[in-house]
Design a protein around this ligand. Structure first.
Ligand code: RB5
Length: 144
């Protein structure tokens, strides 16, 4: 696995989990850039999603994590950026499978949907699972 450099962002609906996840990243010595938001004031998730997605697409970061209330808005917005494969996950099976099969490069989470410990387990598995390649590479090429 390449050395991880994470771009992470949330709107106000995902701020609490973003803070927990950045604490986890520090504890694992994983490098990250936090693009905000930094306060509970209401803000617009598409701008945060674009910022993180462009960092991943350009190689400034090799993976991204986005959190909003549902994770849905973030995933829709991030997937508009060429080269981004953003996966909204609410379970650990999907987190592992989307890395192994889809080589997802952004993980989206919904703070209002899943519990905090589950969110942290999903992050841990998603970060530590490698892409399997093989037949899955052809399918990813089709997406591009
Ligand atoms: C903000 O209220 C909410 O719409 C946002 O966090 C997210 O759930 C959008 O998909």
């Amino acid at each position: 696995m390449d050395k991880l450099k994470i771009a992470i962002g949330s709107d106000h609906g995902g701020l609490r989990y973003k803070n927990s996840i950045t604490e986890y990243l520090k504890s694992e010595n994983i490098e990250f850039v936090d693009v905000g938001t930094y306060t509970t004031e209401s803000c617009d998730y598409p701008l945060i999603a674009k910022n993180v997605a462009e960092k991943v697409a350009s190689g400034v970061a090799n993976r991204g994590i986005l959190i909003c209330g549902t994770g849905i808005g973030m995933s829709i917005a991030a997937n508009k950026v060429q080269g981004i494969r953003a996966a909204l996950c609410g379970d650990t099976y999907s987190a592992r499978a989307t890395r192994a099969h889809n080589d997802s490069n952004i993980l989206c989470l919904g703070e209002r949907v899943i519990g905090e410990n589950l969110a942290l387990d999903i992050v841990d598995i998603w970060l530590k699972t490698d892409f399997e390649g093989g037949r899955h590479t052809r399918r990813i090429d089709m997406i591009e």
